[in-house]
Design a protein around this ligand. Structure first.
Ligand SMILES: Nc1ncnc2c1ncn2[C@@H]1O[C@H](COP(=O)(O)OP(=O)(O)OP(=O)(O)O)[C@@H](O)[C@H]1O
Ligand SMILES: Nc1ncnc2c1ncn2[C@@H]1O[C@H](COP(=O)(O)OP(=O)(O)OP(=O)(O)O)[C@@H](O)[C@H]1O
Ligand SMILES: [Mg+2]
Ligand SMILES: [Mg+2]
Lengths: 265, 265
């Protein structure tokens, strides 16, 4: 069974892309077939795995009904493919607005890539154990598509005040989406990012989020680490760029928690 | 003459709000009348100056044609007022789409607040020397309204790789807006934020941006400083929260550059 995980938070710069990319690489390294879908016109996930912006992209899939499998490309990471994005996706929100089923375009497009019982024998299309989707920093139509297409969500929250402010609104929005678009949508967990153990503000934000959301917060906290900011400029996830770094260890330990939560049912 | 400055960058978390809020407070302290306009549904600028979300807001001004002066409220900072935001603004992009003049709603709304020759004698409406507008992390209709309403732009760029990636696209978008919506739109400058002098990546990004954009980059570089992340949770700009901090000094020196650039013509 395929698990589709959306990485959402309308607050900018909280670590959505960093978490989606590095979890994807860690889960792929644990011998699961992973597809990373870049639903952000900034296409940061795409460049983080060393893929260019000039081939077919998610824009063609959502707007021109290209089969998703035709836009998917391999990365240098074994078991990890990507459905890339590029800046043409900026126009998609306006292009989609007048169309029918506008919130379900992504869900429909990735349906054939799910591994329903024995599908991998029947079709020549590659199927995946995990489909991870990186969303842009907004609550517009692109993010609604991610919320409608996902089975579960991971919400990255930076250990800073502004990120805390927007969290309850986001949870409220997810509840409304569950009613309107996707009744089975679950919150897999909240992951605290850019934690600096020397700062009071980091400790306070983690405490506040754990008080509010209890065991919905992953045990693994991602520390602020410069190696994580350097890795994307080399087009490599952290476990390839610097496997011994704190960032690599944090994302490996998060991957263990995520796989356990996703596969236990 | 009033100078309207938009703070834009579609990359999330680069310091748009932090720069708009702290510049507004510093310029107000230099005895100019300043209005801070919060065009982000996250309403971080609003809470950064200690204002709540339950009064009239920019949503009422843009959608229900409330006069902007009726939504403006004073802050505890002398010479600094705010036109607040709240989450109802999330719906504005869809609400605005079918309306006429949808990109010019903000420009029209703030027109009466500009100090044209001697206006402050004629009307009872307060007018401003500076109107600073904080934009959300996207290139949607809210940001287009900011680009259409502004005389000049300040682009905060975080000293990290992803922020660099999106910069040339943003400059390209600004050029297109100048042709389509706002022929007089000028780039006042690019400000480098969250600089950490111990990190190579910070130095490399600053060098790359200065090579590309030359004197369009402000001399003042905003250092990464924890006092800047703490200040918003107290609802205070940095020069009130911790006047002796690096963050306060950086924003005072940036304000000097900005006032000089805005008032020299
Ligand atoms: N744990 C970390 N330690 C240090 N830097 C980090 C960490 N996680 C992310 N970053 C850096 O912080 C910045 C923001 O992270 P990222 O781009 O992943 O956030 P995002 O939520 O995807 O942003 P956006 O809202 O623009 O999509 C990036 O420059 C990234 O390299
Ligand atoms: N110079 C700095 N040093 C340390 N932290 C900073 C600095 N500038 C901003 N921050 C922090 O980084 C985070 C992102 O900054 P901010 O929210 O101002 O960016 P933004 O571009 O407005 O984000 P968004 O795209 O969500 O609107 C905030 O938590 C803020 O407190
Ligand atoms: Mg991102
Ligand atoms: Mg902001």
């Amino acid at each position: 069974m395929t698990t589709v995980i959306g990485f959402v938070n309308q607050k900018g710069g909280v670590g959505k892309t960093t978490t989606a990319v590095n979890l994807a690489a860690c889960i792929a390294s644990a011998n699961r077939r992973v597809l990373l879908v870049d639903m952000d016109p900034q296409s940061n996930s795409t460049s983080a795995v060393g893929i260019g912006r000039d081939g077919p992209s998610i824009h063609d899939v959502l707007i021109d009904a290209m089969p998703a499998a035709n836009a998917v490309c391999a990365t240098f990471v074994e078991n990890l493919n990507i459905l890339p994005s590029n800046p043409s996706l900026y126009g998609a929100e306006i292009e989609l607005l007048d169309s029918s089923e506008r919130e379900y375009r992504l869900k429909t497009a990735i349906q054939p890539l799910r591994d329903t019982q024995g599908a991998s024998q029947r079709t020549s299309i590659p199927v995946y154990d995990y489909i991870l989707i990186d969303a842009p920093p907004s609550l517009g139509l692109l993010t609604l598509n991610v919320l409608a297409a996902s089975d579960t969500l991971i919400i990255p929250v930076q250990c800073e005040y502004y990120a805390l402010e927007g969290l309850s609104l986001l949870i409220h929005t997810v509840d409304r989406v569950r009613v309107a678009l996707n009744p089975d949508l679950l919150l897999l967990g909240i992951v605290m990012t850019m934690h600096d153990s020397r700062l009071n503000i980091s400790r306070q934000v983690v405490e506040e989020v754990r008080n509010h959301f209890g065991d919905k917060v992953f045990n693994t906290v991602i520390a602020r680490s410069v190696r994580l900011t350097e890795a994307p400029s080399h087009g490599q996830p952290i476990i390839f760029y610097d496997p011994r770094s704190t960032g690599a260890q944090n994302y490996i330990s998060l991957a263990v928690e995520v796989i356990h939560a996703a596969e236990k049912t």
